[in-house]
Design a protein around this ligand. Sequence first.
Ligand SMILES: Cc1ncc(COP(=O)(O)O)c(C=O)c1O
Length: 228
Amino acid sequence: MMFQAINRKGTYTTKYDDAKKKFGRDDLLPLWVADMDLASPLCVQETIQKRAAHPVYGYTVYPNAYYEAIQNWMKKRFDWAVDAESIVPCYGVVPSLNFAINAYSKEGDGILIQTPLYPPFAASIKEKKRKLLDNTLLYKNGRYQIDFDDFESKAKESTLFLLCSPHNPTGRAWTKEELEKIIDICIKHEVLIISDEIHADVVYAQIHHSIGSFEKIKQRCVILSSTL
Ligand SMILES: Cc1ncc(COP(=O)(O)O)c(C=O)c1O
């Protein structure tokens, strides 16, 4: 496949057009993974252009096809059969993470995370005056691993566990065995799992196991997902 360099400067992009304000210079090369300079697929561009050609941009409904597309994708890619009634459209994964913290915990509650971690997780916990508990990942034998004794001792004090799966920034796609252990500990200590699976579609040479696909935790988890 051929990739073409696309100039995005002057299109109100954060990474180029805000660089001067943020870093004092604009001759930087932002190597940003979440906001890459790849063109959206033609079918996506065409669908948006077709919709935009209609001059009225009013409120919209979510047609059955919307739910079916998500269900088919989750089943095909992750062998996860999700009910249409369990799908809640939201605007952004980070806003949804904040909604989940508000909905399922209260001030002073312990919330468990695994650092190093995408910064908005810790920021949300602190902003909402919850108690941050960190099961720091251990870098052993060339990859990040979970200290399960530490995980369990902190899970005992936690209301929520904010899982990042696959994990940003370590790049770990958690194995089925690791996730089973996490789930068992969370069930044992009645910890609700909020699983950010935004990067599920960029797992290579491994398999992404959605928390939603584990029967025993199905009723005690929230999966945050998004199109790439
Ligand atoms: C783990 C993770 N969650 C969420 C986001 C951002 O999600 P959204 O833009 O939908 O709020 C990112 C972006 O880098 C991310 O890495």
